[in-house]
Design a protein around this ligand. Structure first.
Ligand code: NDP
Length: 323
């Protein structure tokens, strides 16, 4: 067994990850950072790869320092703000994520969430279930997809997949990102506030982390105006949640559809009490077919790396040396 490759599954257990590793791997588990710290020193000394199964565990410099033989952090999910990727890069550790395989799934959820918010699907569902429909028809919705211009906050893989869906629905789309996206003809706004002044709808799909922390703030929300709708399928950190609560309460904007929150799984009671929001429990990619593909890509990155080949999906912070 000494020639086996020791890998650690770090975070909540995921069935495919458990079954997917070849016999040449010796698989250890740590659900939390405390579990990781409690692993015997000789095990920590042998671990060469980690499969990070969820964004709820942080793989920071301290974790990497505990694992002196670490070569690869294969992270589940496309967003990797819970991994200290630059630090890994400086220490010759490869970080991989799971892009592309979830793009269309998350785009489906974003468009569904936008329509559900504008046309009040959840409130209308409650209306049917409560029996109110037998007394009166459902009131006309103030919101509609028909008269909107969507400003995408982020126009990467998923942003472009959302934009395609919106354009098929005849909704005009513009976008904000730091640089114009290659091959994208929609109007680009280097300035988010300027875009917010020109549109009434934001669909947020940028990475989390310091660069995007609360970029959707009170001023941006106010600029959307009273017809304003915000959909967030990115990370809770991108929107100033308290400012959003205030904007929704005061009618500064019309509504919001949120798949992500600042302190998941905690959701502010004020949001839960509102009728003009649709709240989802971070399910953007959470369909069996897509989660299986993501799990498989985590396993495959580790498999190819320890077979001496280049990783399939390294992140830009960890460029790969020749293999
Ligand atoms: P990409 O890397 O393909 O696209 C990211 C986009 O964000 C680019 O347009 C980029 O443009 C822009 N961006 C990055 N940093 C900034 C910044 N500081 N200010 C403004 N724009 C910025 O990523 P994906 O489309 O594949 O995924 C996007 C994110 O979606 C993930 O990182 C993840 O956090 C989230 N996500 C959420 C899911 C869910 O379950 N709700 C599921 C999947 C993903 P530029 O670099 O020019 O600024």
């Amino acid at each position: 067994s000494s020639d086996k490759i020791d890998v650690l599954v770090y975070g909540p257990l995921r069935p495919i990850l458990e079954k997917g590793f070849p016999d040449s791997f010796n698989v250890h588990h740590a659900t939390t950072q405390a579990d990781l710290e409690a692993l015997p020193a000789d095990v920590k000394g042998r671990i060469r790869g980690i499969a990070v199964t969820f964004h709820t565990v942080k793989t920071d410099a301290a974790v990497m320092a505990m694992l002196p033989k670490l070569e690869m952090i294969a992270s589940f999910g496309v967003g990797y703000d819970h991994i200290a990727a630059s630090h890994a890069g400086q220490h010759g550790i490869i970080v991989t994520n799971t892009p592309d395989v979830l793009t269309e799934e998350v785009a489906d959820v974003a468009l569904g969430l936008l329509i559900a918010t504008c046309r009040e699907f959840i409130k209308a569902d409650r209306f049917v279930r409560s029996g109110e429909w037998s007394e009166k028809p459902y009131p006309l919705s103030v919101g509609s997809l028909r008269d909107r211009t969507v400003g995408m906050v982020g126009m990467g893989r998923i942003g472009q997949a959302i934009a395609r869906r919106l354009e098929a629905s005849l909704v005009p789309v513009v976008y904000h990102s730091r640089n114009p996206a290659a091959g994208v003809a929609n109007r680009h706004y280097p300035d988010l506030l300027q875009m917010a002044k020109d549109v009434d709808t934001l669909v947020v799909i940028v990475p989390g982390g310091a660069g995007t922390n609360r970029i959707v703030n009170a001023e941006v929300l106010k600029a959307l105006g009273p017809r304003g709708v915000v959909v967030n399928v990115a990370r809770g950190s991108v929107i100033d949640e308290q400012a959003l609560v205030e904007a929704l309460k005061s009618g500064t904007i019309l509504g919001a559809g949120l798949d992500v929150f600042e302190k998941e799984p905690a959701v502010p009671d004020e949001l839960k009490a509102m009728d003009n929001v649709v709240l989802l429990p971070h399910i953007g990619s959470a369909a069996i077919v897509t989660r299986n593909a993501m799990d498989q890509l985590v396993v495959d990155n580790l498999k190819v790396w320890f077979a001496g080949k280049p990783p399939l999906t390294p992140v830009p912070e960890t460029p790969v040396k020749g293999r």
